[in-house]
Design a binder for this molecule. Structure first.
Ligand code: AMP
Ligand code: MG
Length: 487
């Protein structure tokens, strides 16, 4: 276990130089205080969890103090936002503080979000409000607990610093951890500004640090792109299987590691709704829940375009062609497991689609349906779940097919079925209304609800005594919350 001043830095991105990022110091928050810290994330840096309670922790992650070895930098990138190219974006309110190696030799970027103005702030104030910082923290740690690749969050630091959005709010900072903060938009920036040497330097950096195994391949850059395609397909398959809607899948929010990145007005589905648009400035539904699948491919094509100086168009196209099959395979595999199936049959895709259609028409709670399906034998579970559906004849027909499919699947006890299904079907997810309750309390200075919710969400598959209220459908007020996009 390490103290805060014992981290081992090696700031490789900073060493790429000023064409890639700009040195900027964090702007401290007034009266910084710990809102919540993740013990699991602290363990990634070998940090003793007790250090979160020390004043220096809030000072460090509230922008007042810096390690001598830190080199805070704002990264430059660009990207396609809602389908249109924006020539220059960048860290407008976040700083890469430095890169740390833990004792296991893993590399972690330390990124402080909400750290003040940078050369890339455009019209913004460089700040993040408490509300959105809590949402990013909870989502990162909750997605991780569900087994969905994501950036992590070490802590949220609150403050008395006033920040103006639709109304006056308070500034906060999140310390985000990721193996890399390089986005599709980094490659796009150097491609569209016609800086091939720097683009090659960036590609070498990513290859060396994150895809060293691709070096062994005859075409390392192509192998790396394929891997990026596969990882993104897998991540999006998991979003779809667990009902996560990102909301702002611009290419500057897509990670070259295939991790969920840059949380905005995201939502987990309550009732199953393929057409959910969680971002209320997304008027055309470009980033609706079901569109995430084709948009994933669209974004990878934008990255492919930026890689044309290194890889032939034919090879890029071939690699892009892997996206849908990879996606389908991962998605079906997970959905089969959610249904309690251990084998694969040709028609399983139809079984899943049939169920989702029925759920959509009846507004069935997506998470609780699967959890309850595993509570009992297929026979008893469908009998009990039937009441949630409006199209009873449709559900009965589906239930017959499901029971027959389960019967063909294998011989196992109900105990085995429950255990297997509960291990992939969470009881607790980050419902918008739960986040909202925790945020309302935190905004009035009570952080206990954020901490409790975070604790519950770190073990989503385990029934936790006394936590029934976190496993409920939303009350009426919490059903279709409009989440502000100004974060
Ligand atoms: P986002 O929608 O959060 O992914 O941000 C898009 C771009 O706007 C990025 O370049 C951000 O750094 C920048 N940005 C967002 N909010 C702010 C803010 N409050 N101040 C400065 N820049 C911001
Ligand atoms: Mg972003």
């Amino acid at each position: 276990m390490k103290a805060l001043d014992e981290l081992t830095f090696d700031n490789r991105f900073a060493r790429l130089g000023d064409a890639f990022s700009t040195h900027v110091l964090p702007e401290p928050l007034d009266e910084p205080r710990l809102v919540v810290a993740s013990k699991a994330a602290m363990a990634l840096l070998d940090l003793d969890p007790a250090v979160a309670q020390t004043p220096v922790f809030a000072e460090l992650f509230g922008g007042h103090k810096l390690w001598a070895e830190a080199e805070p930098r704002a990264m430059v990138y660009s990207g396609h936002q809602f389908g249109g190219y924006t020539p220059q974006l960048g860290d407008g309110r976040g700083l890469l503080l430095g890169e740390v190696y833990n004792e296991a030799g893993e590399h972690w970027d330390l990124h402080l979000k909400g750290a003040g103005m940078t050369p890339y702030s455009r019209m913004g104030d460089g700040r993040a409000v408490l509300r959105s910082s809590i949402r990013e923290f909870l989502a990162s740690e909750a997605l991780h607990a569900l087994g969905i690749p994501t950036s992590r969050a070490l802590c949220v630091i609150g403050s008395s610093t006033p920040v103006w959005r639709e109304k006056q709010e308070r500034g906060a900072m999140v310390l985000r951890l990721a193996h890399s903060h390089i986005r599709f938009g980094h490659f796009e920036y150097f491609y569209y500004t016609k800086k091939p040497e720097q683009q090659a330097e960036l590609a070498e950096h990513v290859l060396n640090l994150h895809y060293p195994e691709c070096r062994e391949q005859p075409e390392p850059y192509l192998a790396m792109f394929r891997e990026i395609v596969e990882r993104n397909a897998e991540m999006i398959a998991k979003w779809q299987a667990y009902g996560f809607c990102h909301g702002v899948m611009n290419t500057d929010n897509m990670s070259i590691l295939g991790i969920t990145f840059d949380f905005g007005p995201f939502a987990f589905l309550d009732d199953f709704d393929a057409h959910l648009i969680c971002n209320h400035s997304d008027h055309e539904g470009r980033y609706s829940f079901s569109n995430q699948v084709p948009i994933g491919q669209w974004n990878l094509s934008a990255l492919a375009q930026a890689l044309t100086p290194f890889i032939s168009v034919d090879a890029l196209k071939e690699a892009l062609g892997l996206y849908l099959p990879f996606y389908q395979a991962h998605y079906l595999d997970l959905m089969r497991r959610r249904l309690g199936l251990t084998s694969a049959e040709e028609d399983d895709q139809k079984l899943v689609e049939g169920l989702l259609k029925l759920m959509q028409n009846s507004g069935v709670d997506y998470t609780l349906f699967f959890r309850r399906l595993g509570d009992e034998s297929a026979e008893l579970a469908v009998k009990r779940l039937r009441d949630d559906f409006v199209d009873l004849a449709g559900f009965d027909a589906w239930a017959e097919r499901y029971k027959a499919r389960v019967a063909r699947d294998g011989d196992y006890t109900q105990e085995q079925r429950r255990e297997r299904m509960h291990a992939v079907n969470p009881l607790y997810i980050l419902r918008n209304y739960l986040a909202q309750n925790a945020i309302a309390a935190a905004e009035s200075g009570d952080y206990s609800e954020v901490r409790r919710l975070h604790e519950v969400l770190t073990r989503p598959f385990e029934e936790q005594a006394g936590m029934e209220q976190y496993a409920q459908r939303p009350p009426d007020w919490g059903k279709h919350l409009e989440i502000s996009c100004s974060s």
